[in-house]
Design a protein around this ligand. Structure first.
Ligand SMILES: [Mn+2]
Length: 255
């Protein structure tokens, strides 16, 4: 069985509808929207609202962990245009989601930390099956999904508590393949060499993999990882890559 997997789409729509080519199953691990583009400050929702210069400034403040200053800077920008932040952002997200879900191949999907789950039902087609904290069986293969991220100072839109994340992991049971947006908490796969920071991985996923030993555990989230593969016991742990940069799926062949 060939499973084509993508993650961290971040509003790349070209190549998206072909991402399921030759696949028996298509999987998307979330982070569909582009709020800030650390590589190109002229792209993304913040830049659409306030321009590239303001976006670059906002990114720089966050890079320097000056989150309070970043928040007041953003608040001032919204006040200056007299717009309600939530309403302005939701409109932009809606526009991105409508284009993304139109191009997204049918398959199994879960949420990233840069997603608004409450809006997905408005855009997902009947052939987009959303799975989070759940195991599905396809051709005898048990496939578990855990979406979303954990709480960080970045306050991305879908960060949940460690307890809620653990509860989703506890619901999976035995699996052959584990799919999650974030990696298990192993330093070399969590470290982003371009952003030069450790992204938050999950200890709950690490414990689950150690105990259950699925054949494969695939994730996204870390755009430029120090290591894109590792092993935990018998489990092959694989980062499927940053679709916004690659425009290509990861192809997993499972026998
Ligand atoms: Mn991402």
């Amino acid at each position: 069985m060939q499973i084509n997997v993508i993650s961290d789409v971040h509003f790349r729509t070209d190549g998206l509808s072909a991402a399921d080519r030759d696949a028996d199953l298509f999987v998307c691990l979330g982070d569909l929207i582009l709020f800030l583009d650390y590589d190109d400050p002229s792209e993304g929702i913040f830049a659409n609202l306030f321009g590239a210069t303001n976006s670059a400034r906002y990114i720089e403040l966050r890079r320097q962990f000056r989150f309070d200053e970043a928040r007041s800077f953003s608040r001032e920008l919204f006040e200056a245009i007299g717009a309600d932040p939530w309403k302005s952002i939701s409109e932009q997200v809606a526009s991105q989601y409508s284009q993304l879900f139109a191009a997204m191949p049918g398959g199994l999907m879960t949420y990233g930390n840069v997603d608004l789950p409450a809006l997905w039902p408005d855009y997902a087609r009947p052939d987009h099956k959303v799975v989070d904290g759940e195991t599905v069986e396809i051709d005898g293969l048990r496939i578990g999904f855990v979406g979303g991220g954990l709480q960080t100072p970045y306050r991305t839109p879908f960060e949940i508590s460690d307890e809620d994340f653990q509860r989703k992991v506890d619901r999976l049971g035995e699996v052959d393949v584990l799919f999650a947006h974030i990696p298990p908490a192993v330093p070399e796969i969590c470290y982003d060499v371009v952003a030069r920071r450790l992204e938050r991985g999950s200890r709950a996923l690490l414990r689950f993999i150690e105990e259950v030993q699925p054949k494969y555990a695939l994730h996204g989230h870390v755009h430029q990882p120090l290591a894109n593969r590792t092993t935990i016991g018998r489990t092959q742990v694989i980062n499927v890559g940053h679709f916004r940069s690659l425009g290509e799926p990861y192809r997993l062949i499972v026998d």
